[in-house]
Design a protein around this ligand. Structure first.
Ligand code: AMP
Ligand code: MN
Ligand code: MN
Ligand code: MN
Length: 287
């Protein structure tokens, strides 16, 4: 049985493990093909790819790009990216600026709500060299004694519709897909059932994604139910998109997620893995 994972985070964004430690954990789990997909950064790719080569794991360089579709934040994975692509590098620099600016706005709004003025410094210190994400603010809020857990931080301050949910100037999906393709990558819509959209709206999105030459859609990840999975697979097939799967692993502390852990998907030739790993005919029955 082939073990793989095409969606994971390191501490180059909001994951907990260093890229090399993530590779080692994947090796422990028997994973043969792994992608690193940090939020809007390629910062962990060099280390992960070096350690993966060392350990004999097939490594796929990637990123999880944030974008905005009809005022809805979406995540699109780029898999098999050429890190050296100058346009991609320029785009990654833009993203650093977008995230920095958003972090300032988040802090401003939190401070208005009575949070201490040093919240931005705290979050930046926690993020270190990583791309600054809301979970870094969550940790800063915990450290400041404002909330007891990350969940509470999102429920009260950072989650959808809360003060810290700042709409940044994220690009539209078509732009992101073009950048991914230009850098030799495949574009994959991440976790489609996690956007609180109806299937009617998802169909609208899939139609547009198809028009923009998006390659694949994740149809298996933790937290989805079998009904959703079936429905999703049907729609993805209808729009002639390939399928992908991944754990969205962030931290060993979250017991419900581990590298390589997501529901079995019953597909063969329509799996993106067939394109990502040449001559690798994917067997059905995974994880
Ligand atoms: P950002 O890309 O900076 O907007 O941060 C998004 C990240 O925050 C996601 O990838 C998750 O890892 C995390 N996140 C989002 N919503 C929640 C939540 N309700 N509870 C805990 N973590 C969350
Ligand atoms: Mn995340
Ligand atoms: Mn995501
Ligand atoms: Mn993710």
């Amino acid at each position: 049985m082939l073990l793989y994972d095409l969606h994971m985070h390191s501490n180059a964004s909001d994951g907990v493990l260093a890229p090399g430690a993530l590779v080692d954990l994947c090796v422990d789990k028997g994973i043969q093909i792994m992608a690193l997909t940090d939020h809007d950064t390629l910062g962990g790719i060099a280390e992960a790819s070096r350690i993966a080569a060392d350990r004999g794991v097939h490594f796929i360089p990637g990123a999880e790009f944030t974008c905005l579709w009809r005022r809805q934040v979406l995540h699109i994975l780029g898999l098999n990216l050429d890190e050296q692509d100058p346009d991609l590098q320029a785009y990654m620099l833009e993203l650093v600026a977008v995230r920095d600016k958003r972090a300032e706005k988040i802090a401003e709004r939190l401070i208005k709500k009575g949070i201490s003025a040093d919240i931005l410094d705290q979050a930046r210190t926690i993020a270190g060299d990583a791309s600054i994400c809301r979970p870094h603010f969550a940790k800063a809020l915990i450290q400041g004694g404002y909330v007891a857990s990350a969940k509470a931080a999102f429920d009260v301050y950072l989650g959808q519709g809360k003060v810290g949910d700042v709409k940044a100037e994220w690009p539209d999906p078509e732009h992101v897909i073009n950048i991914i393709h230009h850098a030799g990558g495949y574009a994959v819509l991440a976790h489609p059932t996690k956007y609180n959209m109806t299937f009617t709206r998802l169909r609208l999105l899939f139609g547009e994604l198809q028009g923009w030459q998006c390659d694949a859609v994740e149809v298996s990840y933790p937290g989805m139910n079998p009904d959703q999975a079936r429905e999703l697979l049907k729609v993805v097939k209808q729009y002639e998109l390939l399928v992908s799967a991944g754990s969205d692993f962030h931290s060993p502390e979250f017991g419900w997620t581990a590298p390589g852990r997501f529901p079995v998907i019953d597909v063969d030739d329509r799996h993106l893995l067939n394109k990502l790993v040449v001559n690798f005919n994917v067997e059905v029955g995974l994880s």
